[in-house]
Design a protein around this ligand. Structure first.
Ligand code: ZN
Length: 423
């Protein structure tokens, strides 16, 4: 009987020891769990999710942290995630990287894709970084920002990033309250996914792009449009220093719809892709998204009322983005091939620069509102970029934000590029 009790006690101890071990592991996170639930109580979703993701980063199997993180994210998408989200974010996602010059093309997916249907990510040549550290990030929010005279403040607390690292979801989320309504078309969009960009100084991913779509068969185009917009966000910020999301800003919204005629449009910080079931070539998809991204991002030059595109900034990005991508390298996760886009843009750039260089400026060209004046302005913009680089162009654009062609010539002169060469 005694022997039996001893045996029983030994067995009990043996059974308890792994339990005690587990209890200890859970205790390691007691502080974080308490903090997280306090944040939850105060409705601080980002901070609560961050605590749970930090627990998961050290204990990926932690059921409580995972359940709470999923529950919170299912109700409200955090505007930022801790860097620890990489690999432990509890929904399908992928971390993509666009490294800077000197990284020798070691660019690759930082984590394996979490969603098997997502396309893989491979390396490629590097994007030459041209960081305009002196230039404030002034995102043009036309037409609203122009009317309000509002420009995003300079991001002074951020060191120049070395390349870009982004967390892209592929979760095909159900759009939540406050996310699904498009005010322009007064229409609800059921599905949504997100791209977060790492802010190295803060060690956190901040929401920069959201894509909205209606039906499951639009998912592929939508997720590609999300990546293209993310790439243009990085490219424009790198080459010109402009960031339309700003420090406290909202993300760029991309709306993918079967309605309308094939084409695209920008309004404020939104990009609309219409009739997406109508097939486009890779070059055409990139041209459409790239053009609209210019409207969203650049401070803009406009006033061409007698044309079908009053603002020239869409064409500026349409013509220059493929040039920069081709010269500096396209990230492996770019959703469409850039070749065809650049093949069309290159001769157009040459033609427009020829117009600007070959003609003395007349009153009609500088003050006009027709297509000839618009093309002349585009030619001048391209000459400034050609002769002074993206940095000179960015400075000139920033000096005449929302301005006219005449103002651009003056701004270009101030940054040291004489666009108008009179005999
Ligand atoms: Zn346009």
């Amino acid at each position: 009987m005694r022997g039996g009790t001893l045996l029983w006690a030994t067995a009990l101890l043996a059974a308890l020891s792994p339990l005690c071990g587990r209890a200890e592991a859970a205790d390691r996170h007691a502080g974080r769990r308490m903090m997280a639930s306090r944040y939850e109580m105060h409705g601080l979703v980002e901070k609560a999710v961050a605590e749970y993701l930090k627990i998961l980063a050290s204990d990926p199997g932690d059921p409580q942290a995972k359940a709470r993180a999923m529950a919170l994210i299912s109700v409200q998408m955090p505007t930022w995630l801790p860097q620890e989200a990489e690999g432990v974010f509890p929904f399908a996602h992928e971390v993509v990287v666009w490294e800077g010059e000197g990284d020798g093309g070691r660019r690759q997916a930082a984590t394996a894709p979490r969603a098997p249907e997502e396309q893989g990510v491979s390396g490629g040549p590097s994007l030459p970084l041209r960081v305009n550290s002196l230039l404030p990030n002034r995102g043009g929010r036309r037409p609203f920002a122009a009317a309000q005279g509002e420009l995003a403040p300079a991001e002074q607390d951020e060191a120049a990033p070395v390349g870009y690292r982004a967390l892209v979801t592929g979760g095909r989320f159900a759009a939540r309250e406050g996310e699904r309504w498009d005010e322009l078309h007064e229409k609800g969009f059921r599905r949504i996914d997100y791209a977060y960009v790492l802010q190295p100084v803060k060690s956190r991913y901040e929401l920069r792009v959201a894509v909205h779509w209606e039906t499951d068969d639009q998912a592929e185009v939508a997720l590609r449009a999300l990546r293209a917009t993310l790439a243009f966000y990085c490219l424009a910020k790198e080459q010109l220093g402009f960031d339309p999301t700003g420090k406290w800003g909202d993300p760029i919204d991309v709306w993918v719809t079967s309605k309308g005629q094939p084409g695209a449009r920008a309004q404020g910080r939104s990009i609309y892709l219409y009739a997406v079931e109508t097939e486009r070539t890779p070059g055409e998809w990139l041209r459409e998204v790239g053009h609209e991204y210019g409207h969203v991002c650049l401070p803009g030059i406009g006033g061409f009322k007698d044309t079908d595109d009053e603002w020239a900034d869409g064409h500026i990005s349409e013509l220059l983005f493929p040039k920069w991508l081709t010269a500096g390298g396209v990230p492996g996760w770019m959703p469409w091939s850039v070749e065809e886009w650049e093949a069309a843009a290159r001769p157009e750039r040459e033609r427009l620069m020829g117009l600007a260089r070959g003609r003395p400026p007349t009153e009609a060209l500088l003050k006009g509102t027709d297509e000839a004046a618009r093309e002349y302005l585009l030619g001048m913009v391209l000459v400034v970029e050609d002769e002074g680089g993206p940095e000179a162009l960015a400075k000139a654009l920033a000096k005449c934000a929302q301005g006219t062609a005449e103002k651009f010539v003056q701004a270009a002169r101030e940054v040291g590029v004489e666009v108008v060469k009179e005999d």
